[in-house]
Design a protein around this ligand. Sequence first.
Ligand code: PLP
Length: 452
Amino acid sequence: MEKIKRFLLPEEELPRQWYNIQAEMPNKPLPPIHPQTRQPMTAEDLSVIFAKECARQELDQTHAWIDIPEEVRERYKYYRSTPLVRAYALEEALGTPAHIYFKNESVSPLGSHKLNSALPQCYYCKQEGVTNVTTETGAGQWGAALSYAAKAYGLECAVYQVKISMQQKPYRSSIMRTFGAAVTGSPSMSTRAGKDIITRDPNHPGSLGTAISEAIELATTTPNCKYTLGSVLNHVSLHQTIIGLEAEKQMEMAGEYPDTIIACFGGGSNFGGLAFPFMRHQLKSQELRAESQEASRKVIDFIAAEPSSCPKLTKGKFEYDFGDAAGYTPLLPMYTLGHDFKPANIHAGGLRYHGAGTIVSQLLKDGFMRGVDIPQTESFRAGILFAQTESIIPAPESCHAIAATIREALKCKETGEEKVILFNLSGHGLIDMTAYESFINGDLVDFEYNGK
Ligand SMILES: *Cc1c(COP(=O)(O)O)cnc(C)c1O
């Protein structure tokens, strides 16, 4: 029989709703807490800085399905469905009996899954009469996606990029500016927070903490301006479920069902996006699960792959913590290494975050998924094997998912099990070639977590 490599959905099959897992979780995530009053926050509190609809979605624990606005579906059609691909060449190189599939989010115009949430966030802003959006960005994936989405819906976009990343990775700020965004290196003299930092330390290289403070200050001092985030929050994972909802239909086209689902983990949005639509079939209590599984599907092993230098899922504590270094954001109940944790300077910039989103944290606590940690050099070895077999250079973040997939596939080789493994290729690495260059030159090292 002829082998089919790529599965795409016809336009009329594209999902019309996102899946809100909060509504069906046996234990709901705990609420965000206001940093000053220490009271649970309401959607109204959150809408001071976020779009109203995003604030509402953030706390929605009742509606399992949320309509994707028509205008967002129109924009999704520019690049969706993304392909589901069978990695035959990778399987062969590994000599594994496992069937490996990946969902290829790298085909989005900006090269990663981030656009899936940037589009609805900008759309809701537009609907609510907002004219300006702002955010912070490290390596620039989120800033790039937001710049494109802002332009698509006619909003002005201002991005604070960590100064040192801007100097080390100039191409992403060029991309943002190509889409018309104003990009400022943080700390900057354009905000009070930035001025204070520069006054204290004129050579401050910037951090996500400084950039968040500046973006939030801009949002709260500019009329009609909202702040946006590309990971961690519940509404971001909600928008990303388009990935898993498509993948579910595409796996059906392939005539298979996954035993294992893997994604890399920064704040949890691409993991949740792929995993939650599949996980919805096994959220019932343990007993009910056993019953319904017999009737329908097998139990899926959900694996989130994090860097061993920033292992909040495998070595963090579940507690209320701030989302940023400075302590400006709401307190979130999550697995965290502490908001003052300074991750090593690994190349997978999108995975250098101290905490995990609140939904994923609760699911991990309740045993619905697990984390694995991957050393940096193992991730690049995996990425290079993937590039040489499947012809796509993966983002350094995505390399963690590939490394975890290879570990599982090699286990199958030992046991002879013909497992079906599905992983998310969250982005391509064509703008991250300095990272590959260092690896190839033998300059990359592993950083272990040592408790601080
Ligand atoms: C931002 C990013 C990540 C990490 O963010 P999540 O919210 O955990 O998905 C992973 N891969 C790529 C390519 C990214 O840009």
